[in-house]
Design a protein around this ligand. Structure first.
Ligand code: PMT
Length: 399
């Protein structure tokens, strides 16, 4: 499955370094050409000769061990790699990469590589939960590094919890799956909307909703990783722009409508994860409304239904809507799919725990215009985003 894939495996200094031997073996068995870099601490757990024997390649341990005068070893290795895996990744190496520190063979090579990097952390449960580690992981995730989360169980330090290096077989399976999915969207223009809209009443007040933008941003991030050229039209959210994504910030439904329309024609796939206001105040005020005795009635008017209009205009575009429902999700979702002339709809029951607004997770049913449904169980919004994009890609081929 990984035939001729050039993999650099970085082994840092944790007890789980012994598992990296099995990982090397499994990668080699899958056809990968593996070159191992070990940190000084890693060598306290396993000898380089073990990795040399399993990988049938020299093991790199010293930045200054320049065997070939015509090359600079760490740059040469960084350029050689199709893929970089760090397993086990200690808190130290994660911290170094996140802060641009390059002081040994592994960290200098990592900084110099343009290959995709997978990081499989392994450490004590409290270290893994430390805000510094979390912050560094978040930074790296934003930069496009992929994490293979540690498993839970008995840790070498005696604790039971999260921090165990994921099993070598699972790491290899993740890599194989991602290799397959990688670049499936190459050459595709994808337009994604995310977040809420804000509909002004006066300079102080507005109508909005609970959307955080997480679902739409996860889609944008994953689509870019799959090789698509991504434009993300975002309502007011406090999220960082994913790597390689063209982001356009908007506030109102009308602004979202204008920008969405201007990118629509050249798009191959359009995914509308935004929670657009259906109504806005009919009259807005430039000065703050003064409170008065008694009740206040604010008259609302309909905004444009962007998705419905796109459904009428679409030519080549594969158009995907989202439906946020609280009751009879399938019935209302299907109704939106049909009435808005969509190719597919992603239905989330926002009453279901861990699904819908704000959470880092979601649970959805993807419904194709043919009526075929696929349920994606509760998982991180990134994982759900990946599954949605893979499904869209399958459907595009069939439609
Ligand atoms: O942002 P998060 O906190 O991560 O939450 C994610 C989410 C719950 C917002 C997301 O998963 C989701 O369900 N988005 C759609 C929310 C929504 O507005 O659903 P709806 O059923 O009201 O609208 C149906 C579809 O029509 C949506 O694709 C919406 O973008 C579109 N629409 C709605 C109104 C309007 N005026 N124009 C539109 O294009």
């Amino acid at each position: 499955m990984l035939n001729n894939l050039r993999v650099v495996l970085g082994v840092s200094g944790g007890i789980a370094a012994y598992k990296a031997c099995a990982l090397t073996s499994k990668l080699v068995q899958q056809g990968a050409d593996v070159k191992v870099i070990m940190t000084e601490s890693a060598q306290k757990f396993v000898s380089p000769i073990t990795f040399q024997a399993i990988s049938r390649n020299p093991v790199y341990i010293d930045t200054f061990d320049e065997k070939d005068a015509s090359k600079i070893a760490h740059i040469d290795l960084a350029d050689w790699a199709d893929l970089f895996v760090i397993a086990p990744a200690t808190a130290n190496i994660i911290g170094k990469i996140a802060n641009g520190i390059a002081d040994d063979m592994l960290s200098t090579t990592l900084l110099a590589t343009e290959a995709d990097v997978y990081i499989a952390p392994a450490m004590n449960v409290h270290m893994y939960a430390h805000p510094a580690v979390k912050k560094n992981m978040k930074t790296l995730e934003r930069w496009g590094y992929r994490f293979i989360e540690p498993g839970e169980g008995y840790l070498a330090c005696g604790y039971v919890g999260k921090g165990r290096l994921e099993e070598p077989e699972t790491i290899v399976n993740v890599i194989i799956k991602n290799q397959r999915e990688q670049s499936i969207l190459e050459g595709k223009e994808i337009l994604i909307t995310a977040g809420p809209t804000q509909e002004k009443v006066d300079p102080v007040r507005f109508f909005t909703n609970h959307s955080s933008g997480k679902m739409g941003f996860a889609l944008a991030e994953e689509a870019a990783k799959m090789g698509a050229s991504v434009t993300l039209i975002a309502g007011p959210v406090s999220l960082e722009t994913p790597a390689n994504v063209n982001r356009i910030d908007v506030k109102t439904a009308e602004e979202m409508y204008q920008h969405t329309l201007s990118y629509f024609e050249k798009s191959d796939i359009v995914i509308k994860a935004a929670a657009v206001a259906d109504y806005r105040p009919k009259v807005t005020y430039d000065d703050k409304m003064k409170k008065k005795d008694g009740d206040l009635t604010i008259e609302l008017e309909r905004t444009k239904d962007i998705l419905k209009e796109l459904g009428q205009k679409k030519t080549k575009q594969f158009l995907v809507g989202f439906a946020a429902e609280t009751n009879d999700p399938l019935v209302f979702g299907e109704e939106k799919l049909k009435s808005k002339h969509l190719n597919a709809i992603v239905i989330n029951n926002i009453k279901s725990p861990g699904a819908g607004f704000q959470s880092d997770t979601n649970e959805v049913i993807y419904m194709h215009q043919s009526g075929d449904k696929v349920a994606f169980d509760l998982a991180s919004k990134k994982e759900i985003a990946k599954q949605i994009l893979v499904q869209i890609n399958k459907d595009i081929k069939v439609d």
